[in-house]
Design a protein around this ligand. Structure first.
Ligand code: ZN
Ligand code: ZN
Length: 243
């Protein structure tokens, strides 16, 4: 399983960068996990769009699915000129009317996921838990050959996140807030909380992501480090993790 960080900003992309998106590749699959603003352009540094088999969406905020509509156009376009033969499966929960738009012009097929879903892509198993966010959002756990990659989606403190990340080799966790914002901002985790979750989950490698557009991001690492004994990495475009 190879994970490439495509975009890692919360809310909107910084100049020439992307909001949230991760490319997950392995034997027989190429999956885009979230497709926020800027991701459709950036991901082409790592793969031809026609080779992506599936997109899995955590939720319907623009920093996580803003580029889906253009991806649908791209699929329709490349199918019409014979450059793409297969359809694109787009997985998302159906607790939003946005779900109905995931199926588009015969080129993309919306498929419902929730806590009871297990997806299989060859040897890869994907399971989900609801996070704690102002809109329904799914955290994800990817398992293959005994290795585990977990992704928080957007979330406040939640025991479900501790469970989804249990013993993960790599845990990519949103880290949108500094510790001094604790209790002041809703919907997201402070760096200290992220560290605590990683510690409780016995995570091996913690990757901080979904950054704010202010402050010193190295401070987030320091604050998480106070709570977590393992390795911490700050997400960056093009960063690769192989499990
Ligand atoms: Zn977000
Ligand atoms: Zn969100």
């Amino acid at each position: 399983m190879k994970i490439t960080v495509v975009g890692y900003w919360g809310a909107y992309p910084e100049k020439n960068e992307a909001a949230t998106g991760y490319l997950l590749q392995g034997e027989g699959y190429n999956i885009l996990v979230d497709c926020g603003s800027g991701v459709l352009s950036k991901v082409q540094n790592y793969i031809d769009l026609t080779e992506i088999d599936a997109v899995i969406l955590s939720h319907y905020h623009g920093d996580h699915f803003g580029d889906i509509n253009c991806f649908q156009y791209q699929v329709g376009y490349t199918r019409s000129i014979g450059k793409r033969t297969n359809t694109l499966d787009i997985y998302g929960h159906n607790l939003s009317s946005e779900f109905n738009k995931l199926t588009y012009a015969g080129g993309t097929i919306g498929k419902k996921i929730d806590e009871n879903t297990t997806l299989k892509f060859e040897e890869l198993k994907v399971s989900f838990k609801w996070s704690n966010h102002p809109v329904p959002c799914l955290a994800m756990r990817f398992e293959e050959n005994g290795k585990v990659f977990a992704y928080s989606g957007d979330t406040e403190w939640s025991n479900n996140i501790i469970e989804i990340a249990k013993n993960a080799d790599v845990f990519i966790c949103e880290c949108n807030l500094f510790n001094d914002q604790f209790g002041k901002a809703k919907g997201h985790l402070t760096a200290g909380e992220v560290g605590k979750i990683a510690q409780k989950s016995n995570v091996k490698k913690l990757v901080l992501t979904h950054f704010p557009h202010y402050g010193d991001l190295n401070q987030l690492v320091k604050e998480a480090q106070e709570e977590f004994e393992g390795e911490i990495i700050k997400a960056d475009g093009g960063l690769v993790f192989e499990l």
